[in-house]
Design a protein around this ligand. Sequence first.
Ligand code: AMP
Length: 201
Amino acid sequence: MAEANGWVLISTGEMLRDAFARKTPLGLEAARQMNQGLLVADDVMIGLVRERSGAPDAGQGFVLDGFPRTVPQADALDGMLGGRGQRVDAVVSLAADEEELVRRLSARRECPVCKRAYNLVSAPPKDGRTCDDHPGVELVRRADDAPETVKKRLAVYRAQTAPLIEYYRAGGRLLEVPGFGSMDEVFRTLSGALSRNGGMK
Ligand code: AMP
């Protein structure tokens, strides 16, 4: 969605995995929570997003992926955007049932070089094993996509993130989009919902 509209994509999980790969103190500390399926502390996440979203390339708008995940993060987001004359135009809830999520995550793989995402069932690489864009580079599974960790992540989602649905619905900013079906179908439904919302100007 970001690519199709020329928006900057800010993925907090990707930022943390990148910090871990560079062995920064923040990355090493965050990995301890991530590998257990737990959330990283709110103040750390808020600081990361404040800095990244304030960079010049994000001035024309951006997509946040994986943030906010708690009510304090959502409050902080409104505060930081308000201070810059920006606001959240839309919040998208992509819904899929837990069985389907577990199935997808256990088949999810990524290229360790370019981070391109694959799914061994629904979006496999051409040879079934290596990245289409990096011949010979074997795809890997994210450490936190192990089945036990996925269960923990879903429990954390229910306890700490699901309350955001009501939070944004009450503020009239929630777009609910079914997250099942093919990637193309979800993309089309989401594009339609965003343009009706006026978010794709
Ligand atoms: P994701 O790539 O969005 O699935 O995030 C992977 C992991 O990074 C999560 O399970 C958390 O441990 C951590 N993480 C990412 N975004 C956040 C956030 N907004 N708040 C707290 N932890 C986060």
